[in-house]
Design a protein. Structure first.
Length: 350
């Protein structure tokens, strides 16, 4: 039999060990439990980020918006939220089209654009009325239309997307840059196309350098322009730099001084952006904006080049839902017929 003293010592030792174990659990297991709770929620890396994509739905060309949305949705697993912007009279049509087609699974919000914000800011031009459509200026007002997102993609309606939109969304914007665009001199493969259709790709093609206000900008007329039909925008920087106010200032100056008449190559929506963003924008991967497909019914890219392209843009007069136009098969792959029958493709045999 162990002496009584030894038994007491053993009990005391066990008591000390128990207390130590309890203290250890308090110190070490609580953080572990917190870590487990964090794992049960999704870590920031694992959470599926929402990708906001802004597309306009204009009267007479809603099939374009539908094809663009269809191509994006079909080529990504990302969590895309479409902001479909239109005028009050056209929005019911696009909503019905989406809800009664295979696009009914997409996440989308319909946003009304009030053209009154443009009052007094657009110089009327009867020779190019299509360039003065209110929805051409939606891109100027992104922070007013899109409230909760830090980063936004804006796309013209006459595009189709063949790559994963996540890749475009991941475009890095340099500190202090409110937007990323594609340079008009960025891709050698497009130079032959540009020359063949006589398209301008410098500031000279957009701004009237005979005007003192333009010369005072100090921008060389041979500076490469960029195309704002595809934009990756940082909303925080956009608001901080008051980009919308700057754009409106140049719109009003054009009304007064005719600084970039729409008889020039770029019309009236591109020119203010060229001024405001000069030297202050990041670059989009050139394959994410292959353009000029609508500038001539004859000029064509090679099929191999087009297959490798991530995004195709039919900027120009010759649209793929009309006739004549080029590479319409690539666009029509993504077109979804209008359930109401109002929008119809124009084809040689129609």
């Amino acid at each position: 039999i162990l002496p009584l003293v030894s038994v007491n010592q053993i009990l005391l030792l066990l008591l000390v060990l128990t207390v130590c174990a309890i203290l250890y659990n308090k110190v070490h297991q609580v953080p572990l439990a917190l870590r487990n709770e964090t794992v049960d929620l999704e870590s920031p890396e694992e959470m599926e980020e929402e990708i906001p994509v802004v597309i306009c739905a204009a009267a007479g060309r809603m099939g374009a918006a539908v094809a663009a949305i269809s191509s994006i949705y079909s080529n990504t697993e990302a969590n895309v939220l479409f902001y479909i912007v239109g005028l009050k009279t056209t929005l019911p049509h696009i909503r019905k089209w989406i809800e009664n087609s295979k696009l009914k699974e997409i996440k989308f919000k319909v946003v009304e654009f009030n053209p009154m914000v443009l009052k007094g800011k657009i110089r009327q031009d009867a020779s190019h009325p299509e360039l003065l459509q209110p929805l051409n200026f939606v891109r100027f007002y992104l922070p007013l239309l899109i409230q909760k997102h830090e980063k936004v993609i804006y796309l013209d309606d006459d595009v189709i997307v063949q790559g994963d939109i996540q890749e475009l969304y991941d475009t890095k914007l340099a500190p202090g840059h409110a937007a990323a665009f594609s340079d008009d001199c960025d891709l050698p493969s497009t130079h032959e196309m540009v020359r063949s259709v006589g398209m301008q790709n410098t500031y000279m093609g957009f701004l009237d350098y005979r005007k003192q206000a333009i010369r005072d900008l100090g921008i060389s007329p041979s500076t490469c322009s960029f195309n704002p039909g595809v934009i990756v925008a940082n909303m925080t920087e956009w608001k901080h730099q008051r980009i919308t106010k700057q754009l409106e200032k140049w719109m009003q100056r054009n009304v007064e001084e005719n600084l970039y008449s729409s008889t020039l190559g770029g019309g009236v929506a591109t020119s203010p952006m060229l001024i405001v963003f000069h030297g202050k924008y990041s670059s989009i991967n050139p394959m994410w904006h292959i353009r000029h497909l609508g500038w001539s019914p004859d000029a064509r890219y090679s099929e191999q080049f087009l297959q490798e392209a991530k995004l195709l843009h039919w900027n120009g007069r010759y649209k793929p839902w009309d006739y004549p136009s080029v590479h319409t098969d690539l666009w029509e792959n993504w077109f979804i017929p209008d359930p109401s029958g109002k929008f119809k493709l124009t084809r040689p045999d129609s």
